[in-house]
Design a protein around this ligand. Sequence first.
Ligand code: MN
Length: 263
Amino acid sequence: MPRILLTNDDGVDAPGLLALKQAVAVLGEVIVFAPDHNWSAAGHTKTMHKPLRVEEVTLADGSRALTSNGAPSDCVALAVLGLVEGPIDLVISGINYGANLGYDITYSGTVAGAMEAVVNGIPAIAVSQEFVRDEPVDFKVAAAVAREVAALVLARGLPPDTFLNVNCPARPARVPPEIVVTRLGRRVYRDALVRRVDPRGRPYYWIGGDPPTGIPEPGTDVGAVARGQVSITPITMDMTHYRFLADLRTWPWTEHLMVEDNA
Ligand code: MN
């Protein structure tokens, strides 16, 4: 029976995590280890300057879960480094409240949970649910998709260094939704600097602005979700720009290089 570790970045009490847990329970032994608070946009954190505490909690369905004050990536690291006994065959992170498309994956704590699994040699899936402001969020479709994707990954495995980034549209064009394999698209951020003044007269800042949009190119995750399709993007941890390597090697790296002699 496969052993599946679940984490998320919205916190152990998030409804998306519970929906994921209930959906994948049929696939094997499920262990939940998630942060004790919301770490959305935490990125791939490794906590090094404060102690990590771990506690056992009860989820809304009465089942047990582990929680820690660390980031999603810390939870995965703690689990695979021995806090959870025995091997882990698959890590699933989510279901995140909000899409993780294009460059979002570098900010996302959800995706970082999957990255930490891959760093430790375990196949992983990140699952995110797009939402529309002021509309209720339903994780039903995303949970069913997560179960199917997990079953296929358990049966077929993934290449080394690879995880799957799954995004479900807020309004699927069809039910059951179309599932398309995509590449990363381009997010367009509309961040704005918000400057305020504290009671002592010192300025402080928020990175505010409107939610990101994106360029809905065909073949991309941004494009698929915009069309009401579920996107599945294979992500490798190797961010090398291979097509640029040959050109970059022709640059005159040492033509003007001088190292100052401080002796
Ligand atoms: Mn989140």
